[in-house]
Design a protein around this ligand. Sequence first.
Ligand code: ATP
Ligand code: MG
Length: 420
Amino acid sequence: MSTFQAPKGTYDLIPPESAKYLAVREAIAAPLRNSGYGYIETPGFENVELFARGVGESTDIVTKEMYAFETKGGDQLALRPEGTASVLRAALEANLHKLGNLPVKLWYSGSYYRYERPQKGRYRHFSQVGAEAIGAEDPALDAELIILADQAYRSLGLRNFRILLNSLGDKECRPVYREALQNFLRGLDLDEETLRRADINPLRVLDDKRPDVQKQLTDAPLLRDYLCDACKAYHEEVRELITAAGVSFEDDPKLVRGLDYYTRTTFEFVHDGLGSQSAVGGGGRYDGLSEMIGGPALPSVGWALGVDRTVLALEAEGVELELPASTSVFAVPLGDEARRVLFTKVTELRKLGIAADFSYGSKGLKGAMKSANRSGARYTIVAGERDLAEGVVQLKDMESGDQRAVGVNEIVAELESKLG
Ligand code: ATP
Ligand code: MG
């Protein structure tokens, strides 16, 4: 192992590619900010109990993927594998649900950790932007979240993604379905672990990715046929609202999700250019989660979109994001006096909001011009002793190659009018 190797299953975001990640986070957050969601940030770790209860004891996340550890003080903690349980915990702790203003709408962005088998699009450290609307049961809220995610992806220029939609029923109708599914699963040729899963959480067997399992599930009973009238009406309303917004989706009667807490609306965003790691995001309604972690009944809905896979999806579609140039003006001083003068000019430009950089170290003209080129700056200002004696600097347009003298006292205003 090389000394500088990042841990297995992780990678660093490095310029210039890192700018894409920032832009993706920004693009996902923008529609949320515009729709009443407030920013929330929670710790990178929580008491392990929160995830065991909130994500589900029988989920892969809790049984296999969680980084759980004991602190020197004896606390049992885990690096957060997902965001929803933490956000709900924080909202309950701060009593946000008691301020009489439900739903509490929150968005977040950060790092998540899962001990998984690393492969393209599946990492041990990854990043998500998520949104949660806590404390209201209203199909318009489910629809809002799906529409906002669609808007975020479209604003990035993504086109080849699909929205899969299903309803998982509620505590009235799901148990009936659960039993029907269990009876069906018991008749299949499944390995022991899967049979055990069928006992604890049969719906999750539908999510099994193995082809031999999937083949046996062809005739599995579908929740769709077991929904109670209230769930049916709710789901129909969500579908109508999304359709009216011009957002297309596919009904996927077998869609369940990896976390135990979902009820009713459940959805996933998949991208067809990503191979087996095709889910770029997912979410749904989790009416029972608050009670599962010891809170009051707070019906809620949310999603999390994976930043890493969204970047891969953009690359798969060949979408080039329009990233603002990181540097607009690059200053190349020749000699000590010029250093002082141009450094002052760079500071002034920055104060005006113009992205400017400076040739540091003692490079010669040739090396400094190379840096100027590499910076992507539209303009370079060069000044030597002779220029300063004449009260000018040289302004070079890096696109046309034109160069002309501009007064030292005029250069900032000149650049501001060119770039402003
Ligand atoms: P998968 O079925 O691919 O394991 P998941 O159902 O575990 O996904 P969620 O818990 O719903 O994923 O997380 C939401 C999004 O976060 C996913 O759609 C994906 O984009 C991203 N994500 C989840 N796990 C990883 C990972 N290990 N590496 C990179 N991105 C991930
Ligand atoms: Mg997973």
